[in-house]
Ligand binder design. Structure first.
Ligand code: ZN
Ligand code: ZN
Length: 407
């Protein structure tokens, strides 16, 4: 069987999260999106753990379900280590998460006030604790400039030490994809995850990135085998935004979002000449620094990475209506999802000619998307990029300003 899974979201108890991030709403929206499996997120937080135990019951070993909905759950959390590096953890059961919480809560001052606890432990120590409860761990959004492994280290080994051998996956984050990350030799054996890191449950956030996985049946051990690409279980497709849509794709000012070439940012000592804000190194420049190869080398187990745009954003693009909550966008979205069952079917699997019968304009964008023919204005510095119907000069992303303007 093949399932579509999003392993990284946050509950309403995480900073910046929507109050709608509770399990019945997440399950309802995930079902419309077409996700078969969603990570609970925040499983070390005592209130969220209580909500999980109240709402979920075991469906199959390590996989949970909620009344009325087809989408299943796996127990997950994100943690921050003592160098402010984020890691994603997948638990084999609710009790495994409770067990880890018991062992590490004394190293955290905010485990009950935030969904993503800061731990006064280094990454290598965290892996020891995670192994003790038979959970899996890997770096979250690995290339982003604030809270990720490669903002702090130049190699996986520097971060995880001898425990590197237990790391089996890496989350690419919204600003990177397989074609970028497979230029880095030390990542060849790892499974790449594409997850949404959603802070709200609506289908343009939840599952905006996900993984299609081939397994025998839906249980934790099968997911674990797929991550280790063992016994024919594997990830068969990564799906996500074009990296240019990510908030940290290009090097840019974190206050006014002007974009800079890497050499210029270095010359300016990472201070924006326009607003004095801090310039943050983009994921693309960071990957260029880390890469040994000019072109990606894909290992045998690496699936294709497919770029998508959330359906509401496609409708926004063709209508020019910017508010994704607007009634007209919702009506067109409902029209398509009612016909094809889920948003993922519309975006990836449904026949273009059948989509054309329902909505010609949207079908045309989906067709271009599937053939890699959509242009983007790249994000950077914390501002999302976006698709555009305009012609933009690809090499300069349409918006990069020359440094000479400031001299
Ligand atoms: Zn994070
Ligand atoms: Zn600035």
């Amino acid at each position: 069987m093949e399932i579509d899974a999003d392993f990284h979201i946050h509950s309403k108890y995480s900073g910046g999260s929507s109050a709608n991030m509770d399990l019945p709403i997440i399950a309802r929206e995930a079902e419309l999106k077409g996700l078969n499996l969603v990570g609970t997120g925040d499983a070390l937080n005592i209130k969220w753990l209580g909500h999980i135990k109240e709402n979920l019951r075991e469906y199959n070993s390590g996989i949970y379900e909620i009344d009325k909905f087809s989408t299943k759950f796996i127990i997950t959390t994100e943690v921050e280590d003592n160098r402010r590096v984020h890691h994603l953890i997948l638990f084999p059961s609710i009790s495994s998460a409770e067990d880890l919480r018991e062992r590490i809560h004394r190293y955290s001052g905010d485990i009950d006030s935030d969904g993503r606890p800061h731990l006064n432990l280094n990454a290598e120590e965290i892996v020891d604790y995670v192994r003790d409860v038979n959970a899996l761990i890997g770096p979250s959004h690995a290339f982003t400039p604030w809270t990720a492994i490669y903002k702090e280290y130049d190699s996986m080994r520097e971060c995880y030490g001898d425990n590197l051998r237990y790391i089996k996956f890496l989350e690419l984050g919204l600003s990177a994809d397989t074609y970028m990350a497979d230029r880095i030799p030390e990542l060849q054996d790892l499974t790449f995850m594409s997850n949404s890191d959603a802070h709200s449950p609506w289908p343009h956030r939840l599952g905006r990135e996900f993984n299609r996985i081939s397994i025998r049946d839906l249980k934790f051990d099968e997911i674990s085998s797929a991550i280790k690409h063992e016994n024919g279980r594997k990830f068969v497709l990564n799906v996500g935004l074009n990296p240019r849509e990510g908030k940290y794709h290009l090097t840019a000012c974190s206050r006014c979002y002007i974009k800079f070439r890497l050499a210029d940012a270095i010359r300016l000592r990472w201070t924006c000449p326009e607003c004095n804000g801090r310039i943050k190194k983009g994921v693309m420049d960071r990957i260029n620094e880390l890469s040994a190869w000019k072109n990606p080398h894909h290992p045998w187990h690496r699936p294709r990475y497919m770029h998508i745009i959330p359906l509401a954003e496609i409708i926004s693009l063709v209508t020019g209506i910017s508010s994704l909550q607007s009634r007209r966008i919702e009506d067109r979205w409902n029209n398509l999802v009612r016909r094809f069952g889920t948003e993922i079917n519309v975006l990836i699997d449904a026949d273009i000619s059948e989509i054309r019968e329902i909505d010609m304009e949207v079908a045309n964008i989906i067709d271009r998307l599937r053939r890699g023919r959509v242009r983007y204005i790249a994000g950077g510095g914390g501002k999302y990029g976006r698709p555009t119907l305009q012609q933009v000069d690809d090499n300069f992303w349409g918006v990069q300003r020359s440094l000479s303007e400031f001299q």
